[in-house]
Design a protein around this ligand. Structure first.
Ligand code: FES
Ligand code: MG
Length: 576
């Protein structure tokens, strides 16, 4: 399919020879655009999440400049525009609360403007799903360009990883094993270049999803932010989007069911973030692909974790890039029959064409399938009377000895309750207990914060305990680790069984059997439910109220119910 210059979407604005044509062209001419700029050449939006409040995306003006050059190279008309930027570590109560809001911003901005194609600039965790969700609902030709990971952190002669080492060092500080001065020095050492978190956290996982879905160019996942090849990739994306408009290669032709299946298997092979589960479900919901939690379990089951990256392993994204990056992983999946080879990608080639000769330069970082870093490490979906609609655990980041465990519940009714009591030496807890945290789900926090990897009690840390079974309706950072059961659905604040758990109840986690069971009989649970009153909602007005009233549960991607699906790009009316 080709679109001709005269039928091009932007010509509904710029192709008019009347009052409205004057409006639409004249005001853009104040930027220096000559008359022939409006002749029907593809108009490309560069959707930028640059923000100083989101340091992971703070280098995006440079990336946007390279996209712009690429668009001009190919004869397009580039127009950069800003959308909400979501800084994972700066926003409270959690950037996730605003993912859906940002996606609305993106969708409406794309639709309302005279654009024929879009390049999405994404980096920090939530910016990637927000932009993909919004773009999916508008469905123009779209390329994703990730901002790239930071260089690896270097501290006291060793590599340290974003998030992962923050978590371990803060536990060491609480246990009295390191000084505050060392802690501060590590802060500077961890963030030493532009880019997003350089562990295989949520940002790197989502950048890998962009590449595995075929919506980014090969190499998108791992090129460091400050490597010149990142700018080169941005330029190539700018050139390519112009031809994509000419080919009418809209996003729904890329984001097909096979593309999502490729992404899910890739997520398992990279030991990726549990957050990607929620985000992929939400993106699929927008583009109209049927995807369920069980797809993650079924498709990820035969896949080994091939990359030895933090938080599951030792290395960082920079090492991953030098070892061959995601193309090397995709090639291995393809060779094992675990890739839909003909899934189309934005560069016009099927995914297999892009990766079939991809080299691996370091088999310590990207391991062979026969000798995987961790076998059978796909994300596991648990069910049982404690999580009728499912819960998620990342086996590659868990302790093998806790994967089958029964313990006594120690319940925290809220995040404040947890913070208040966790370091109390009187807390009745030992290493065999199961920590349960309630009211941290989508409605309950609100926004389903990354608090599921609860800090361990200080008195147990001092005894050398480094992991315990933890269960909640929260998420956890993609950089976190431990035997942590997340995304329990329905959440406590929606009246899920999690709300009915009491101190002393026995809970069994059995990852191999995919079970999460609360050893309390039906009649007792019914009685507890009858006595239960839901907590007062966190907001009575504004966006938070809209969110709480309409957010779907984690098993459906935590999108707002009225945002599921797409409206496409038509706008029938002029503005004057
Ligand atoms: Fe932005 Fe980790 S805080 S990617
Ligand atoms: Mg995070």
């Amino acid at each position: 399919m080709m679109t001709s210059k005269t039928t091009r979407r932007s010509q509904a604005w710029f192709g008019r020879q009347d009052k409205m044509g004057f409006y639409y062209r004249s005001f853009l001419k104040n930027g220096g655009a000559p008359q022939d700029q409006f002749d029907g050449r593809p108009v490309i939006g560069i959707c930028n999440t640059w923000s100083e409040l989101n340091p992971c995306n703070a280098h995006f003006r440079t990336i946007a400049e390279h996209v712009r050059i690429g668009v001009l190279d190919a004869g397009g008309f580039p127009l950069e525009f800003p959308v909400s930027s979501l800084g994972e570590v700066t926003m409270r109560p959690t950037a996730m609360l605003f993912r859906n809001l940002a996606s609305m911003d993106v969708e409406e901005a794309i639709r309302a403007h005279p654009l024929d194609g879009v390049v999405l600039l994404m980096g920090c965790d939530k910016t990637t799903p927000a932009l993909l969700m919004g773009a999916a609902s508008a469905d123009l030709p779209t390329i994703g360009v990730s901002g790239g990971p930071q260089l690896r952190g270097m501290y006291q002669g060793r590599a340290i990883g974003s998030g992962t080492d923050i978590i371990s060092m803060s536990e060491q500080l609480r246990a009295g094993e390191i000084t505050l001065e060392e802690f501060h020095e590590a802060e500077s050492a961890m963030n030493r270049s532009s880019g997003h978190c350089m562990t295989m956290g949520t940002a790197s996982s989502m950048a890998s999803m962009v590449e595995a879905l075929g919506v980014g160019l090969p190499g998108n996942a791992a090129i460091p932010a400050v490597d010149a090849r990142r700018n080169n990739l941005a330029r190539m994306a700018g050139r390519r989007i112009v031809s994509m408009v000419e080919e009418d290669l809209v996003l729904s032709r890329i984001l097909t069911r096979p593309a999502f299946e490729n992404a899910i298997r890739t997520l398992a092979a990279i030991g990726g973030s549990t957050n990607a589960v929620v985000h992929l479900l939400a993106i699929a919901g927008r583009i109209g692909v049927e995807l369920t939690l069980d797809d993650f379990d079924r498709l990820g089951r035969d896949v080994h974790c091939l990359v030895d990256l933090m938080p599951s392993g030792r290395f960082l994204m920079e090492d991953f890039y030098y070892a061959g990056g995601l193309p090397a992983v995709l090639r291995t999946l393809g060779e094992k029959g675990l890739l839909h080879k003909d899934a189309p990608t934005v560069n016009g080639a099927a995914i297999w064409e892009n990766v079939k000769d991809a080299p691996c330069w370091n088999s310590d970082v990207i391991t062979p399938f026969e000798e995987p870093f961790k076998p059978d490490a796909g994300i596991a979906i648990l069910r049982g009377n404690l999580a009728p609609d499912g819960a998620v655990i990342k086996p590659s980041a868990a302790s093998p000895e806790l994967m089958k465990h029964t313990g006594r519940a120690v319940v925290f009714e809220s995040i404040e309750d947890l913070h208040h009591r966790i370091d109390d030496d009187e807390l009745d807890i030992d290493a065999s207990c199961v920590m349960v945290l309630k009211h941290c789900g989508p409605k309950g926090y609100p926004g389903m914060a990354e608090v599921g990897n609860m800090p361990l009690p200080r008195k147990l840390l001092r005894q050398g305990v480094r992991d315990m079974v933890r269960i909640s309706d929260a998420r956890m950072s993609g950089t976190a680790y431990g035997t942590v059961v997340l995304h329990v659905a329905p959440e406590a604040s929606a009246g899920g069984p999690l709300a009915m758990v009491r101190n002393g109840d026995l809970i069994t986690l059995d990852v191999a059997a995919r079970q999460l069971h609360l050893h309390v009989d039906e009649a007792t649970l019914r009685a507890r439910r009858a006595a239960w009153t839901p907590p007062a909602p966190h907001a009575e007005r504004g966006y938070a109220k809209l969110y709480i009233d309409h957010v779907l549960q984690a098993d459906r991607g935590a999108d707002l119910d009225f945002l599921v699906g797409k409206s496409g790009s038509p706008v029938p009316r002029d503005n004057h």
